[in-house]
Design a protein around this ligand. Structure first.
Ligand code: S3P
Length: 449
């Protein structure tokens, strides 16, 4: 099938793979746009809704493939979730500890957040047995990071490769308290353990080397869990056992999705764009700080708080970017934005280095290798570091054939790079964008082509 316009051609093959051919016309991005709901908050609203007593109402849920995987898993365990397409979604929860043993294999699809957070819950449902799997990418991603601490708490989990890879089998148990010193700053690891701690009699504590996103802590508190958070020590304690009470959650726009348009407006001359209603939780705003350090013209407007999360409109105007070095504690606060930051760095004066980001090698693809190889296909000069990237600014990009490696963030980052490439760029397996941003191509066409 072919969907065509002057500047965006979408071809779909028999296996439903899409190739997007983008022919840039240099048009600046202008006006106001909105991005879909935050993926991390969407997952958590469905999960906590399923665990709570009573009804949870959710507005603005991301209708991407990842939250759909979460919804399907919890429906299979007895949660009643209303029509996902409706303006307000309701979840009738089961109560902590009351997930039902499903008679199917739970399928987390492409979603690491679904699988890792859910594992903490499955492991802590005594007398029930669960099996979980995911797509090719998820079945190759490391699960020991959550299985190891859960096992210390008394969990029984089996999997491939010496209990490290999905598919996994879980025999639920009554778990014991833990103080886990996580070797990595990972919200998925932290949240998995805290969710397991809901059923534990005693304190479950996680300390991380630097602060990862704190949506779980915020939402667990809002649902009535008893938490102590010490931000300076990067430590959180859940005082269990805990029941949860259904709440209303209004999901803000996803700053990780907004990042594509921030960078597009920064690098395409003549842009002046406002991205409305974006979540600006300080554990997620590393992208704003990085772009501001690169001298991007970014301002926050209309700052407010919506159901426990800070929200703002983000205005970006084109400016000449400057290279910088990014690393340390900033990285967990922008981990999903590194591919699109690399695109920004292509148009900065000087050489940008991104360090301390080895985690990128175990995301939906090896994002260090994918970003470097695919931007270089377009004529960029990007080198892989073991834990990051070195990007030469000021090279001229020329359209070419590139591939998403079925990674949504690679597909969308390449589409933004194509806006500054001469001629046409074809992105293969671009349908991956639907994992976190189903209407991305439509917005691209409307605002940038
Ligand atoms: C997420 C945490 C991050 C992030 C992922 C979503 C979450 O992963 O990359 O897209 O919702 O908790 P890690 O916790 O593995 O860093």
């Amino acid at each position: 099938m072919v969907t065509s316009s002057s500047a965006l051609l979408i071809e779909t093959d028999a296996a439903s793979h899409q190739a997007w051919t983008i022919t840039a016309n240099g048009r600046g991005l202008k006006g106001r746009l909105q991005v879909p709901g935050d993926k991390s908050i969407s997952h958590r609203s469905l999960m906590l809704g399923a665990l709570a007593s009573g009804e949870t109402r959710i507005k603005g849920l991301l209708l991407g493939e990842d939250p759909r995987s979460t919804a399907a898993c919890f429906q299979a365990m007895g949660a009643k979730i209303s029509d996902l397409e409706a303006e307000w979604i309701t979840v009738q929860g089961l109560g902590v500890g009351n997930l039902q043993e499903p008679n199917i294999v739970l399928d987390a699809g492409n979603s690491g957040t679904t699988l890792r957070l859910m594992l903490g819950l499955l492991a802590s449902q005594p007398d029930r047995f669960f099996t979980v799997t995911g797509d090719d990418s998820l079945r190759s991603r490391p699960m020991a990071r959550v299985i190891t601490p859960l096992t210390t708490m008394g969990a029984q989990i089996w999997g491939r490769n010496n209990n490290q890879l999905a598919p996994l089998a879980i025999q639920g148990q009554t778990l014991s308290p833990i103080h886990y010193q996580s070797p990595i700053a990972s919200a998925q690891v932290k949240s998995c353990i805290l969710l397991a701690g809901l059923s534990v009699d005693g304190d479950t504590t996680v300390t991380e080397p630097s602060l990862s996103r704190d949506h779980s802590e915020r939402m667990l508190s809002a649902f009535g869990a008893n938490l102590t958070v010490d931000r300076d020590a990067c430590r959180v304690t859940l005082h269990g056992p805990s029941q949860l009470q259904g709440q209303t959650v209004i999901v803000p726009g996803d700053i990780s999705s907004a990042a594509y348009w921030m960078v597009a407006a920064a690098i395409v001359p003549g842009s002046d764009l406002v991205i409305e209603n974006v979540g600006v939780n300080p554990t997620r705003t590393g992208i704003l700080e990085a772009l501001q350090r690169m001298e991007a013209d970014i301002t926050l407007e209309n700052e407010r708080e919506v159901t426990g999360e800070p929200v703002a409109d983000i205005r970006v105007r084109t400016s000449q970017l400057k290279a910088c070095t990014l690393g340390g504690d900033l990285i967990p606060r922008l981990i999903d934005e590194v591919p699109i930051l690399a695109v920004a760095a292509l148009f900065a004066d000087g050489t940008t280095r991104i360090e301390d980001a080895a985690e990128l090698r175990v995301k939906e693809s090896d994002r260090i290798a994918a970003t470097a190889s695919q931007l270089n296909q377009l004529g960029a000069s990007v080198s892989e570091l073991s834990d990051g990237l070195e990007i030469q600014g000021g090279t001229t990009l020329t359209g070419a054939n590139v591939d998403s490696f079925t990674d949504h963030r690679i597909a969308m980052s390449l589409a933004i790079a194509a806006l500054r490439a001469a001629g046409s760029t074809t992105i293969h397996q671009a349908e991956a964008a639907a994992v976190s941003y189903p209407p991305f191509a439509k917005t691209l066409e409307e605002f940038a082509l």
